[in-house]
Design a protein around this ligand. Sequence first.
Ligand code: AMP
Length: 189
Amino acid sequence: MQAVCVFCGASPGRDPAHAALAAATGAAIGLRGLRMVYGGGRAGLMGVVADAALAAGGEVYGVIPQALRERELQHTGITRLSVVPDMHSRKAQMNEWSDGFIVLPGGIGTLEEAVEIQSWSQLGFHRKGIVYLDEDGFWDPFFALTQRMLEGGFLRAPHRAIAVRAHDPDAAIDALLAWTPSTESRWPA
Ligand code: AMP
């Protein structure tokens, strides 16, 4: 694994513990000598995670849509910034540049990116790990929802298991390093 993509809020959040977790995550990625890929802005937790990875000596690659360069405060101090035409190209580029994904607390944008990456894995378009990282149960309701999907017969166990959990940044990176993808197809024979 060479590069880890981080999805996180473009807002700082109300609880300073979330910004602290973002900073610890960026630092852990940089200290492990991994490249970090993210949304390319300085807004909210995105800026925190990028600055922390850079401060730890890591390379940071950002991918920002043209229309969000101002709103998400395009980061001018990162190693490489790709400006793309739209949100779809952003996700495609983030996926192309990354070997695994860490999902920090965030809002609808964070959830959307993480869930789409999981759906691509379920469809067999990639086989990379996805780790939801929290210290306070932030992602509990998401995992409760996928449990409900499983019980309702809408999600199969190997596909639910594509998304794993961790409660500190080093454990999240370890989970990505240890990730062994299921060979189970989305479409049963
Ligand atoms: P949020 O969690 O809503 O603060 O958003 C976090 C990040 O996700 C922001 O950089 C958003 O621009 C980004 N985002 C939201 N929707 C999408 C999408 N459909 N594709 C790619 N990035 C997105």
